[in-house]
Design a protein around this ligand. Structure first.
Ligand SMILES: NC(=O)c1ccc[n+]([C@@H]2O[C@H](COP(=O)([O-])OP(=O)(O)OC[C@H]3O[C@@H](n4cnc5c(N)ncnc54)[C@H](O)[C@@H]3O)[C@@H](O)[C@H]2O)c1
Length: 270
């Protein structure tokens, strides 16, 4: 039997590549925004002895996501999805953040459901910042239904034009998507979870650190382990999440932030 297939969106990005590098036992499907970055990532995998193929796909396009899933299905037995594609607040565009981080996630989860099979594992990327947004009936309903035409407007009533807040809301939305999908994936014997990284030094993390060094320094001073995260800190946990070792774990979020969120929550109570 051939290797199982692992689809990695944002597969050319920092956490996508770091995770793929831990998954040599799988055939990797690298999906990302442009042919150029996809081909480069695939070439690197192949040079390192990996079995990898690529497919350009914008995750905000329903048609492109559909084609990506059809391509993935043809590659062999489906092992899972690591959905890292996303943007941070540094794009300074609340609509774009909503569309990519939340609508894109809803689209890919719906599409991947069609090929999910027994023992496959889906890992979505939330963020520790998603843990800072409290539950609320009105915006939670909109976050859960991001594909509905009025959802963005409802969420914007709360976030206004603040890209950082929109980012945090979309990452709460990712956790809600996990909760809403756990039963239907479970009926296929497939698992779905999310991971919430803290500050990780990828291109995305470095850009945020450059724009707001004061915030990063304050976060560092509040982080129990006293350092920012490396991509491998996340990739090792994702490796566990897609493996058999996590076989009874589904419908949950794993916070991997060096111990920052507990400090933020404690501070907020004072
Ligand atoms: N780095 C951090 O500090 C951090 C912290 C918490 C959460 N996260 C989350 O982890 C995930 C990965 O982040 P990263 O640090 O690897 O960032 P990154 O910028 O290195 O990688 C993100 C990748 O997503 C791709 N992408 C963006 N929009 C896309 C679209 N519409 N269609 C297809 N691909 C698209 C980009 O091309 C890029 O390769 C993101 O969802 C991010 O929100 C990162």
């Amino acid at each position: 039997m051939g290797k199982k297939v692992m689809l990695i969106t944002g597969g050319a990005g920092g956490l996508g590549v770091a995770t793929g590098n831990k998954l040599k036992d799988y055939k990797i499907v690298v999906a990302d925004y442009s042919d150029e970055v996809v081909n480069k990532a695939v070439e690197e995998y192949k040079n390192n002895g990996f079995d990898a193929v690529g497919f350009k796909s914008d995750i905000t396009s329903k048609d492109e996501v559909k084609s990506l899933i059809e391509f993935t299905k043809k590659q062999g037995e489906f092992g899972g999805l690591v959905h890292t594609a996303g943007v941070s607040e540094t794009v300074h565009d609340v609509d774009k953040i909503f569309n990519i981080n939340l609508k894109g996630t809803a689209l890919i989860v719906d599409a991947v459901y069609e090929i999910a099979e027994k023992d496959s594992s889906i890992v979505l990327f939330s963020s520790m910042m998603g843990h800072t947004i409290p539950p609320n009936d009105k915006y939670d309903e909109a976050l859960r239904n991001s594909l509905a035409s009025n959802s963005l407007d409802i969420v914007k009533e709360f976030v206004k034009d603040d890209s950082s807040i929109m980012y945090n809301f979309t990452k709460r939305g990712v956790m809600l998507i996990v909760a809403d999908n756990v039963m239907r994936f479970g009926k296929k014997g497939s698992r779905i979870n999310s991971i919430s990284p803290g500050v990780i030094m990828t291109k995305m993390g470095l850009k945020a650190a450059e724009e707001h060094p004061e915030i990063i320094n304050q976060m560092l001073s509040m982080t129990a382990l006293g350092r920012t995260g490396e991509p491998d800190d996340i990739a090792d946990v994702v490796k566990f999440m897609v493996s058999k070792e996590s076989r009874f774990m589904t419908g949950t979020d794993i916070l991997v932030d060096g111990g920052l969120i507990p400090s933020i929550k404690k501070q907020a109570k004072k």
